[in-house]
Each structure stands twice: as C-alpha cells, then as structure tokens.
Design a protein around this ligand. Structure first.
Ligand code: NDP
Ligand code: GDR
Length: 368
C-alpha cells in the first residue's frame, strides 16, 4: 500500500532531504509551501513534478503555520498516514527580533496541526512527527544531553519549541495519538540556510579563497555544537514514525566542536592556516601564510542569551530505532566546502557575465 506523507516546511533544508527520501521509498508526498514574492522552492526544484502529468508523486499546497483554517483544509484533503511538522521560524537569533511571530508559527503552529488531526478524526490513522530541538536544553543541566535531561530554553525560539514539544506529548497521552518528538541536534548540509553559522562560514571561506570577499565576521567562536549531516537526520525522522509506538528520541552524533574549530577546518580545506590573535570582541583569525586578517568577531552576532554547549547522547535512537549518524565532522566540512566552492564560483561567473552585458549595453547606448 502506497503511503501518503504531508511535510510542513518542505522548502527548507530538512524538508528537501526528507521529500527526496520519502519519494525514493515510494510515498505520495504532499508539501506545505508559503506564498513568497520570490521563488522559495530552490531546494526542491530537482524533484518537482508537473501536476498536469499522470503519476506525479509530489504535490505542493499553499499554506502557512499561522492559518488554522488552511491547515485543517489541507490535512482533510490529503488525509496523510504521516505528518512531518518541520515548518518553523528556525533562526535562534532572529527569534529575539520576532518573538511573537516565532511563538505563533513554531508553538501554536504545532498545536494547529495536532488539532487538525483530532478535529478530522484522523487520530487512529495519522502519525505525527514534531521537529523538536537540542535548543530545548539551553543552559547546561547535564552533559551529554539525553531524553531525560531537563529543559532550560534560552531564546524565544526555544521557548516556542518547548510548547511544541509538550503539546505533542500531551496529545499522545490525552488522545492516544501516535505523536513523537525528534529532539535533533544541529544538522547541516550544502543546502543549509546561508545565515546559520556553518553555511555562513563555508560560503565566506569559498568567497575569500576566490578573491571576492575580504573577511568573515562572526559572533561567539566558543559556542560548542554537536553537528551532523541533515541527510542522516531525515532518515532518523522517518524511523521515528515507523517505530511501534509514539515516543521521543534524541538524534545526535555524540561529538561536539567549537565554532572556532569549524572555521579552522573550513580554511584548511583551501590550504589556509589561521593564527588566532586577541580575545573576545577583539579576537581575529590571521592567515599564517599572508598575515592578512580573515576572521573578526563582531558583537552584533552575540545573542542576548547563548547556548554554550550542546552534545547529545543518541543511545536510545540506536537501541530502539537502529539509527546512528554516519557522517563525521570532517566529512561534513568537506562536503559543504566542496559544494560552496562550486556555488560561489558559479555565482561570480554569473555576476561577471551580467556586468559584461551591462557594459556592452552602455556602449550600445553611447553608439545609438
Ligand atoms: P529551515 O529554516 O531550512 O526551513 C524551515 C521551513 O519552514 C521552510 O520551508 C520555511 O519556508 C518554512 N516556514 C517557516 N515559517 C513558516 C510558516 N509560518 N508557515 C509555513 N512554513 C513556514 O529549517 P530546517 O530545515 O533546518 O529545520 C527544519 C525543522 O527542524 C525546523 O522546525 C527547525 O526548527 C527544526 N530543527 C532544525 C535543526 C537543524 O539543525 N537544522 C535542529 C533541530 C530542529 P520558506 O522556505 O518559505 O522560508
Ligand atoms: P543554532 O545555529 O543557534 O545552534 O540553531 P546557528 O548556526 O545559528 O548558531 C550556532 C552557534 O554559532 C554561534 N555563532 C553564530 N551563529 C550565526 N548564525 N551567525 C554568526 O555569525 C555566528 N557566530 C557565532 C551562535 O551564537 C551559536 O552559538 C540551529 C537552528 O537550526 C535551530 O533551528 C535548531 O533548532 C538548532 O540549530 C539545533
């Protein structure tokens, strides 16, 4: 029997990898996509299927996590076997600027989907996955962090996700729904959003290497994160919904690294060795080969409250789901750097072609 899945946040990093995975497994995949004034489907264009053709397996629906009527209608139309709730305002720093919106989309948005399942009498049929996060742990209470570690959110984003976590647990307990939380530690990839620190670093290092950017400005270099590869983590999401019952699982690598080390490894990929000089706001990374300052700390990227150390214990996921992260930190940096060297070079070529065309047009205008 072909299964049907609905993915909210299908245009994001995880949504794109998950859609690919589910299509490969033969699912009918439905995705919630926001109306935007510019294209926001770049990450799923390669799997797009023309709805006019017979046999399309991917279907997109306009919608928004802040619009309950629209969510109820889509869940009714699709009547999915599985819902993966990935849509969120997912940037921690931005959540300090847009706390109410973040609470609405990330917190209440989760409730809206759960209520849609309940109102439509789909509690027996539909399994629900909630994209919970290691940000719930926030201020360090225990290391490594596991399913039983107390939460201490440190941002409006984490507080909104805390509501999403508990309302998922509550609907499981109150209505017997198959509703599960994946408490996922940071996971990255070549299609990671460009303002998250890993992608910001790999894009900047590629641009510096190609001579089109002078410097990389960053915030807290001492933050430690348990970074894995998004491709591994979407496999974990799927396994969570194939389990015999709804439950909550940490997905992590069990290793942690500083932002500073990520920067060093990214520069090492293009043959640059950094020497760190100064401290705190004055700290900078100087190229050992040329003496040029390539990295500087800018306090504008400091957060009002920071999460200093994340390291997850994925033992339960290994024991119960047979899941483990397969991509090492070094492989992750290599994958992202290799991709961004190509992407940034291509963008530079396009810019050069555009500039040349513009110059030709200017000349034509002079001759006219
Ligand atoms: P992204 O930011 O890449 O993607 C977020 C997705 O949500 C996009 O498709 C975005 O649409 C959509 N979205 C945002 N707001 C709304 C809204 N109001 N209505 C409908 N759709 C909306 O995030 P990731 O793919 O990295 O993460 C997926 C989920 O997992 C998120 O919930 C995130 O908080 C959570 N998470 C992520 C981790 C990570 O390390 N990546 C770790 C733990 C949890 P658009 O493309 O139009 O912006
Ligand atoms: P995070 O990811 O907040 O962990 O949330 P992000 O990459 O934004 O930050 C990681 C750490 O790097 C430090 N940092 C910087 N961060 C950004 N974005 N830009 C900078 O210039 C910079 N300099 C230093 C941050 O302070 C932080 O300590 C991600 C998101 O995907 C969430 O949605 C998800 O829930 C968590 O991971 C797990």
């Amino acid at each position: 029997m072909t299964k049907t899945a609905l993915i909210t946040g299908i245009t994001g990093q995880d949504g794109a990898y998950l859609a690919e995975l589910l299509l490969a497994k033969g699912y009918q995949v439905h995705g919630l996509k926001r109306r935007s004034s510019s294209f926001n489907t770049g990450r799923i264009d390669h799997i797009y299927q023309d709805p006019h053709e017979n046999g399309a397996h991917l279907h997109l629906h306009y919608g928004d996590m802040t619009d309950a009527t629209n969510l109820i209608r889509i869940v009714q139309e699709v009547a999915p076997d599985e819902i993966y709730n990935l849509a969120a305002q997912s940037h921690v720093q931005v959540s300090f600027d847009t706390p109410e919106y973040t609470a609405n989309a990330d917190g209440l948005g989760t409730l809206r989907i759960l209520e849609a399942i309940r109102i439509l009498n789909l509690t027996e049929k539909t399994r629900f996955y909630q994209a919970s996060t290691s940000e719930l742990y926030g201020l360090v209470q225990e290391v490594p962090q596991r399913e039983t570690t107390p939460f201490y959110p440190r941002s409006p984003y984490a507080a909104a996700k805390l509501y999403g976590y508990w309302i998922t647990v509550n609907y499981r307990e109150a209505y017997g729904m198959f509703a599960s939380n994946g408490i996922l530690f940071n996971h990255e990839s070549p299609i990671r959003g460009e303002t998250f620190v890993t992608r910001k670093i790999t894009r900047a290092v590629a641009a510096i290497h190609l001579g089109i950017q002078d410097k990389l400005w960053l915030g807290n270099l001492d933050a430690q994160r348990d970074w894995g590869h998004a491709r591994d983590y979407v496999e974990g999401m799927w396994r969570i919904l194939q389990h015999e019952r709804g439950d909550d699982f940490v997905l992590a690598t069990g290793q942690t690294q500083t932002v500073r080390l990520f920067v060093e490894r990214a520069f090492a990929h293009v043959g640059i060795t950094l020497d760190w000089q100064g401290e705190g706001v004055g700290e900078c990374g100087v190229c050992m080969q040329t003496g040029r300052t390539l990295v500087e700390v800018d306090p504008r990227y400091f957060r009002p409250t920071e999460v200093d150390l994340l390291i997850g214990d994925p033992t339960k996921a290994l024991n119960d789901l047979g899941w483990q992260a397969t991509t090492s930190f070094e492989e992750l940096v290599t994958d992202m750097m290799a991709a961004d060297l190509k992407i940034v070079a291509r963008e530079a070529d396009h810019r050069r072609i555009d500039e040349t065309l513009l110059r030709h047009r200017e000349k034509d205008r002079v001759h006219d």
